[in-house]
Design a protein around this ligand. Structure first.
Ligand code: ADP
Length: 525
């Protein structure tokens, strides 16, 4: 009995062991609770992440059938979670890509390795294209057999569309550059040609852009020093505009080139324009202009000499005829009287012609300095000069405000005088009515001299500004046909234009332009 009964000591031991176990169990329970809490937190975290992430999270079995999808899928592809769970991942691919993408995906499955950024085109439930970037890791059992994959998909539709648009615009830009009519190039400082477009290659007689790269850019300079200057300028300012150089083509022809360049790190890019023809034309034009100016000067000189030299003989011829008439007053027969009168008439005409010629030669290529000139006082002076013919014809001349312009008072007075003279002369109405006005157009004034005269037929309008061109016989209206040529010269000397609008039997308006008095600096002469 004594044996069977536990001793007090034994009981104490057992009790303490029990206590230890209880406290161990309590610790375990505590730990378990803690783990459960952590698990709960983790689960919540996972749910928060998977439900609110932009990516949708999925799991598929080894055949590709979905076994789990996070609800975000509905936002991205329009399908409810349950609808997706009935599908294989490849059912969602765009029909055009399905076969190819399915093959590629299962090749990845076969490798049983994680993969990243597998780009695929899918169809939204409503038929819109959705681009996804897929990453996944394999799910393996203990023996390493593939059970499936799990991973996440990111919607990259916006990025993809932007990339496509960028590619598209890059292609368009490239097409544009490749086919531009100006030469486009890219070189480096050393002189290697990195890119040229077709236009540049053919400008230099190369078959292809590739061929033109041979030998680098320096070999194409007529004077390699020009390139050194270009590089110096580029280092200083970063870009160069309208740099004129001479270059050589494949067959050794010289080309005048206008070049624009921008320095970017080690590369220089820009455009070039072949201005060879333009240069030649400019050269020819300069030559012709000089030739024209020379022959004009000769003509004016000739006109001056002729009018000067013939003036005195004409004066003595006229006085001889006057003397002859006086000496034989009453003694000559009628025919001789008519002859002498007609000779006097002719001499007067020649004298008018000579004095007009003299004016023409004087204003021909006037180099007089132009300055702000008050047209009102020029006009008043002109009216005084025309006093006799105004009184004879009873002409009524009215005018608006006449401004200050950049001009030469003597020439402008001659201009007014010739135009007014014609307006009075070529008029069959009584009284001749003439109106002068001036209208501001930008920096210029457009003057107009309108009359109520006989007008000019449309078909003759272009001819009347040529020297000696008259539309009427000598006996009908007096004149030499030089007046309007003088006007034209004067207006040209002022950097302006002269033209006429007219309607036969209603009247004519002559227009001319001159620079406003404030714009002395704008005068390009
Ligand atoms: P001219 O007056 O000496 O004949 P111009 O050179 O001044 O020479 O004018 C050339 C021609 O233009 C004139 O002969 C005339 O036929 C025509 N013409 C000029 N001004 C007028 C005008 N105001 N009205 C009609 N015809 C005109």
């Amino acid at each position: 009995m004594k044996n069977k009964e536990k001793t007090k000591e034994q009981l104490i031991n057992e009790l303490s062991e029990l206590r230890q176990r209880i406290s161990y169990l309590e610790i375990l329970e505590e730990k378990y609770k803690e783990i459960e809490k952590k698990l709960h937190i983790n689960e919540e975290r996972f749910r928060d992440i998977s439900e609110n992430a932009n990516e949708w999270i999925w799991e598929v079995d080894k055949d590709g059938k979905y076994t789990y999808v996070s609800p975000v899928v509905e936002k991205i592809l329009g399908y409810k979670k349950d609808e997706i769970l009935k599908k294989h991942f490849y059912d969602l691919f765009h029909p055009e890509d399905r076969k190819k993408l399915k093959k590629a995906a299962f090749e990845k499955f076969a490798q049983k390795k994680p993969f990243r950024e597998f780009i695929n085109r899918n169809m939204h439930k409503e038929g819109v294209v959705v681009w996804l970037s897929t990453s996944g890791v394999p799910i393996l059992d203990e023996e390493g057999y593939l059970l499936g994959y799990r991973g996440a998909d990111t919607d990259i539709t916006e990025r993809k569309l932007m990339e496509d648009a960028l590619k598209d615009s890059e292609k368009k830009y490239r097409d544009l550059v490749d086919n531009a009519i100006v030469g486009v190039y890219k070189t480096n400082i050393k002189g290697d040609i990195l890119y040229v477009n077709k236009a540049l290659a053919s400008m230099f007689e190369y078959e292809t852009p590739e061929e033109s790269k041979l030998g680098g850019v320096i070999s194409k300079y007529k004077d390699p020093k020009d390139r050194e200057i270009l590089i110096k300028k580029l280092y200083k300012k970063g870009k160069v505009n309208n740099f004129e150089i001479k270059m050589i083509t494949k067959t050794g022809k010289n080309k005048n080139i206008l070049l624009n360049a921008i320095l970017n790190g080690d590369t220089i890019s820009g455009m070039i324009l072949d201005i060879t023809e333009r240069k030649q034309t400019e050269k020819k034009l300069k030559m012709y202009t000089e030739e024209l100016q020379r022959s004009n000067r000769e003509l004016e000189q000739f006109a001056f000499v002729v009018s000067h030299e013939l003036r005195d003989p004409m004066v003595s011829l006229a006085s001889s005829l006057k003397l002859l008439k006086r000496k034989n007053k009453g003694g000559l027969d009628l025919d001789s009287d008519v002859l002498i009168n007609s000779a006097e008439e002719r001499i007067k005409q020649v004298q008018t012609l000579l004095s007009d010629l003299l004016v023409y030669s004087r204003f021909g290529s006037s180099r007089k300095k132009l300055k702000p000139t008050d047209c009102m006082s020029v006009f008043n002076q002109t009216i005084e000069n025309l006093n006799v013919s105004i009184e004879e014809t009873g002409a009524v001349i009215t005018h608006d405000y006449l401004p200050e312009v950049i001009g030469d008072a003597i020439q402008l007075s001659q201009l007014f005088q010739n135009l007014l003279n014609n307006a009075i002369k070529f008029c069959d109405k009584k009284p001749p009515r003439i109106h002068i006005s001036a209208e501001r157009k930008g920096k210029e004034w457009v003057f107009s001299v309108s009359d109520n005269g006989i007008g000019i037929p449309q078909e003759h309008i272009g001819r009347i500004f040529e020297i000696f061109k008259r539309l009427h016989g000598i006996g009908v209206y007096s004149g030499s046909g030089i007046g309007l040529s003088i006007c034209k010269k004067i207006v040209e000397n002022h950097g302006g234009r002269l033209w006429v609008e007219s309607e036969p039997s209603k009247g004519s308006t002559f227009y001319f332009t001159v620079l406003d008095g404030k714009f002395l600096n704008d005068l390009s002469r």
